[in-house]
Ligand binder design. Structure first.
Ligand code: DGJ
Length: 724
């Protein structure tokens, strides 16, 4: 090709966020995707494209509404409205629904203006008659490949407006039948189970009505076409809502075979009053696309969380090895007993010692004490200082369990402020685990909780809080405010929880936080902006954990996935070896929750070795790229591989679930290596078949390796270092 021809064919470098005036289109480019929105001939916003990156604006056609084919035919099904208000002939899930002061329940939003600032776009829209405006806020995370959508609904009328649905946005995939939905469901002690099912005409609603994110469903989805995607191949559109309260995802196939996913605040028992001048901002709804399967969609999410969401995003560092007292001592904590555990934890290399429930008020079981966040003097005659100094003296940081949103009726706090518990006047107050939930939507309750936690952290050298929440909303009344404002409780509660965490972290920059809600009940991108890790599940049984962790890593980074080694038999009665339990837990952020007083010398020796290995590989596990090679849902074998960002180290975890006589484990083909590089293999046992000391990336990925796993619940780990 002659040089001057090449010159004419070259495409110009385009801004990540740009407006193409001739076509009235906005193009939002990440390094790998494009998202295109246009203004149609009715002056309303329409989604034009979401998928792999496009390179030429000339290829794009302006937005157009669909024509009417029949009176029953809803044009909206063929017109991918970017942020539909409920009004006119609209029957699909709307993004916003309002009742205006004069009774009008019709909202038609049209384009007013827009602003582009660097990687953000704001599109301003307004109802065709009323001064009810909606700003659509977009942000492009170019490197991660994620687009964020939010909206701000503002009442500029002179009268109150009730917002009955406030969604963050809607994502459209290319039209057609045959999509498959992946999502995460579960239960207490069985969170984040991956499920896949066909998208059918109508709606599939994933939601929480419980006041927090919930164990039952998680606000993440992925869609692939005709079931064609697997871990490494196929187009996958995916997204997640960043909200720790009532959320809702509606996956909908319209009569025109258009699949769309609406998401934001749950509209159940909603009705958010906006006085003149007030506004409501919806949570962030993040979306991404890949044509390289579910594995890549997870890796995109993991990198996005590490680089853009987590509190340590500016300076990422691996999570410390943690010890937690809960399964060892439950409520039976005291200074001597905790020191005894701390001695043993320090010996095996633990870096952060966390005392769980039982240290405060009259907390001897789960009937009393929540709300009274002062140390129990019988259990800790020297205050917390005696224990904390001791733990610090052993070279470990000290962390403490709290459950700030809760109150036991048997507590000084409740006796002083019974009105602070969520309730309706003269109605029952339903208890769960003998506790009530504080109305955190109240600013006085918020400020009290902040003051208590701030005092605790200021007066003691506490470097980590495990923030628990062990029940959901019940009787969500707020009798102290006007009836019309009471339903705001769903949103203001979460805003105030976020506010406390944000203020605490701002005032105590060294403080780290784990989000827990009876296990993995509060795991979402909203809380992950504020906490360093999450408690994955109260189910610490290692084999069950394989599935929980598989689901968890679809959406969330291994780094934030707290995983403890605990004693056996556990919960379901299953017993596995200590080594197996370590290997399962080392696939996330390692913790130990065993009763160390019951361990033998051999257990300490093995644990010290495994903790040392964890420290050698944790940067790769926590900051690297995860390849799920074999799923625990699909056979007797599970394997997960992690590749360091710089490619210098890769680690492989493999597990056999149950042995069948003379049945071999499958060959493991590694991924993500450099074909031409040579890797030195380090084993921790004799499970690798053959004497393979070094191997090329090509050999490891194409020829693969064989492992000799035997017996039920066997596991191994291989560490591969790239030879310079
Ligand atoms: C529930 C948590 O998930 C457990 O780890 C433990 O902290 C208990 N609460 C304490 O009550």
């Amino acid at each position: 090709m002659k040089p001057f021809i090449a010159f004419f064919l070259a495409l110009p470098m385009l801004a990540q966020v740009r407006f193409v005036p001739s076509k009235k289109l906005w193009v939002l480019d990440t390094d790998r995707t494009s998202y295109v929105v246009g203004i149609n001939e009715e002056n309303s916003l329409q989604n034009v494209y979401w998928g792999k990156k496009l390179v030429r604006d000339d290829d794009l056609a302006p937005a157009h509404t669909a024509p009417e084919h029949a009176s029953f035919d809803s044009r909206e099904s063929m017109t991918n409205e970017e942020y539909p208000g409920w009004g006119g002939l609209r029957y699909n899930e709307p993004c916003v629904k309002v009742t205006l002061a004069d009774g009008t329940r019709d909202l038609v939003l049209t384009y007013v203006s827009h602003d582009i600032r660097g990687d953000t776009l704001e599109i301003h829209t307004k109802d065709i008659r009323y001064a009810l405006t909606v700003d659509l806020l977009y942000r492009v995370y170019a490197h991660s490949g994620i687009v964020e959508k939010r909206s701000v609904i503002r009442n500029r009328t002179g009268q109150p407006v009730v917002v009955e649905s406030a969604q963050s946005g809607v994502w459209y995939v290319p039209a057609g039948e045959g999509y498959r939905l992946s999502y995460l469901n579960g239960r207490w002690a069985g969170e984040t189970q991956l499920r896949r099912e066909p998208v059918e005409p109508g709606k599939k609603v994933l939601e929480s009505r419980r006041g927090n994110t919930s164990h039952f469903l998680n606000p993440w989805f992925a869609l692939d076409y005709q079931g064609a995607a697997d871990e490494e191949h196929g187009r996958v559109w995916f997204g997640a809502i960043g909200w720790s309260g009532n959320w809702k995802l509606v996956v909908e196939e319209t009569p025109a075979q258009q699949v769309r996913v609406t998401g934001g605040l749950n509209d159940f028992d909603f009705g958010y009053l906006l006085k003149p001048g007030e506004s409501l901002e919806t949570p962030a709804f993040y979306g991404g696309f890949t044509d390289r399967g579910f594995g890549e969609s997870s890796r995109i999410m993991h990198a996005f969380e590490r680089e853009e969401i987590l509190p340590d995003r500016a300076r990422p560092h691996p999570r410390p090895v943690l010890y937690n007292s809960w399964e060892a001592t439950t409520f039976d904590v005291n200074e001597a007993g905790q020191k005894q555990l701390a001695d043993k934890a320090a010996k095996i290399g633990v870096e952060l010692f966390v005392m769980d429930d039982g240290w405060f008020g009259q907390r001897n079981d789960d009937h009393a004490g929540l709300g009274d966040w002062t140390v129990n003097p019988q259990k800790f005659p020297n205050g917390l200082k005696g224990l904390i100094d001791y733990v610090n003296g052993l070279g470990m940081k000290f962390g403490l369990w709290v459950e700030p949103e809760m109150v036991n009726p048997n507590s000084d706090l409740y006796r002083a402020h019974p009105d602070w518990a969520m309730h309706f006047n003269d109605r029952p107050r339903s208890e769960a685990r003998n506790q009530l939930i504080l109305n955190m939507a109240r600013d006085d309750v918020r400020d009290h909780i902040f003051t208590v936690l701030d005092k605790l952290v200021s007066e003691n050298h506490i470097e980590f809080l495990k923030w628990d929440m062990n029940r959901h909303f019940g009787e969500p009344g707020w009798p102290e405010v006007a009836v019309a404002e009471q339903k705001q409780i769903w949103v203001k509660y979460v805003d105030n929880v976020y506010n406390i965490i944000d203020r605490l972290r701002a005032k105590h920059p060294g403080l780290e936080i784990e989000s827990c809600s009876g296990g993995g009940g509060r795991v979402d991108l909203g809380i992950l902006k504020r906490v360093d890790e999450v408690w994955t599940s109260d189910n610490t049984e290692a084999f069950d954990r394989l599935r929980i962790q598989e689901g968890f890593t679809q959406a969330y980074a291994p780094k934030v996935m707290m995983a403890w080694v605990t004693d056996v038999p556990n919960l379901n009665g299953r017993s596995t070896s200590l080594k197996y339990r370590f290997l399962v837990a080392m696939q996330g952020s390692l913790g130990i929750g065993s009763n160390l007083n019951h361990w033998m010398d051999a257990d300490f020796a093995l644990a010290s070795r495994m903790v040392a290995i964890d420290k050698e590989i944790r940067a790769t596990v926590q900051q690297g790229n995860l390849y799920r090679l074999f799923s625990p849902r699909e056979g007797e074998f599970t394997a997960n591989q992690y590749v360091a960002q710089d490619g210098k180290q890769t680690v492989l975890f493999a597990f056999l679930h149950s042995q069948q006589y003379l049945r071999r484990a499958p060959i493991v083909y590694l991924r993500g290596l450099d074909e031409h590089a040579v890797y030195r293999l380090k084993t921790i046992d004799d499970k690798l078949v053959g004497k393979l000391e070094t191997a090329s990336g090509a050999y490891l990925m194409n020829h693969g390796i064989e492992l000799r796993l035997g017996g039920d619940f066997d596991g191994t780990l291989l560490i591969l270092e790239r030879v310079p």
